[in-house]
Design a protein around this ligand. Structure first.
Ligand code: FMN
Length: 348
């Protein structure tokens, strides 16, 4: 059941329209410097994030695992992360925690030397749904052990749960459950496309997470993904109306940065190196990428390596044109925020 859902998600993302129409990173403009006074070759993309020494401030965000074809995808993604020296997160490990036979597509990650590895479980599974026993500290530890992971990403995907027919929609007590897990296992809190508000960021901090992935609106829409899975016309209409629900990724990043001092990952709509520079300029420590790399890894490992190479090169050129030698320098640059994004930010 979970296996076929995970397979559906990958197939739908590869073959159907699932993106938010507007990419909010496009509404940020960076101020060009004609005489940058640095050499392109001196620019380093190296970044430290949560103890991981990355060759570039990029993490492959959680995508998949737990069904036949997932092993090949995860192997290709793990090799890409290893060769590129970037972080890597597996998709939800729920299937393998419920059925040991489904561990293979996750366990293979341990064969690779990746500077930062994230496990993944859903926040809704930390509380009882339909009278089932919720996941607790034991399952959280098992999930990390399964992949030799550094941090467990606890994903908050209540938009998706609410629009899908078999969704887990109980959320009362979820922060306490996160706090209990975080007392025993290193965690990050991860949204999956609707963004984290400043109030929620403070609750995440109080629950003891080590970092936040703001996972904002602007890239893959999980209401859109579920829209394509739904058969019932009434439910389809609801998923369509909620297609672009959420806080745009740059807005969520600004809100979270302004309210807590935790390390931040910006996932949601990152498709090129210029957008990575924009995210770093708003205070992200690293970016996460899912929808951009999926069609590449589907073509093969070479395509996904070339994709990350291109992102790195674009980021380097962008930094050169801004006079920034290190990713951290991007924080100080001039930027202009336009359009709808300006209205979002101006309201605060
Ligand atoms: C096919 C697919 C499956 C995903 N599955 C998971 C998952 O199991 N757990 C999770 O935390 N996020 C999952 N995500 C969400 C991504 O990690 C990411 O937050 C989201 O896609 C937004 O980033 P993007 O715009 O770069 O795609 C998935 C994304 C895709 C495209």
């Amino acid at each position: 059941m979970i296996e076929s859902r995970k397979e559906d998600h990958v197939d739908i993302c590869l073959n159907e329209e699932v993106e938010i129409k507007k990419n909010y990173w496009d509404e940020i403009k960076l101020h060009h410097q004609s005489a940058p006074e640095i050499d392109l070759d001196d620019i380093s993309l190296k970044a430290n994030f949560l103890g991981g020494r990355l060759d570039a401030p990029i993490v492959i965000a959680g995508i998949t695992g737990g069904y036949g074809g997932a092993a090949e995808l995860n192997r290709g993604l793990a090799k890409t992360a290893e060769k590129m020296g970037i972080g890597f997160g597996v998709g939800s490990q729920r299937a393998a925690l419920e059925d040991e036979r489904l561990r293979d597509s996750y366990e293979l990650i341990s064969d690779h030397s990746i500077p930062l590895v994230f496990g993944n479980i859903g926040a809704p599974q930390l509380i009882s749904q339909n009278d089932e026993e919720p996941f607790g500290v034991q399952e959280a530890k098992k999930a990390l052990d399964m992949i030799g992971g550094d941090y467990l990403a606890v994903h908050f995907n209540y938009l998706q749960e609410a629009v899908q027919p078999e969704g887990d929609t109980r959320a009362k007590g979820v922060m306490n459950a996160l706090s209990e897990i975080s007392d025993h296992v290193p965690t990050i809190a991860k949204e999956t496309g609707a963004g984290v508000s400043s109030a929620t960021a403070m609750e995440f901090r109080d629950a003891g997470v080590a970092a936040i992935d703001v996972g904002g609106m602007g890239g893959t829409s999980f209401s859109a993904v579920e829209y394509h899975r739904l058969k019932d016309e009434r439910k389809k209409k609801i998923a369509k109306d909620l297609w672009d629900w959420g806080i745009p990724t740059p807005v969520s990043l600004i809100e979270c940065r302004g309210s807590v001092s935790l390390p931040m990952m910006a996932t949601g709509g990152i498709r090129n190196g210029v957008q990575i520079a924009k995210a770093l300029s708003l205070g992200a420590d690293v970016v996460g990428i899912a929808g951009g790399i999926l069609p590449e890894i589907d073509k093969g490992e070479n395509a996904s390596l070339q994709y990350i190479e291109r992102l790195k090169e674009e980021l380097k050129i962008t930094m050169f044109l801004l006079g920034c030698e290190r990713p951290k320098d991007l924080c100080d640059i001039d930027k202009v925020i336009t359009g709808e994004l300006e209205a979002w930010i101006g309201r605060r």
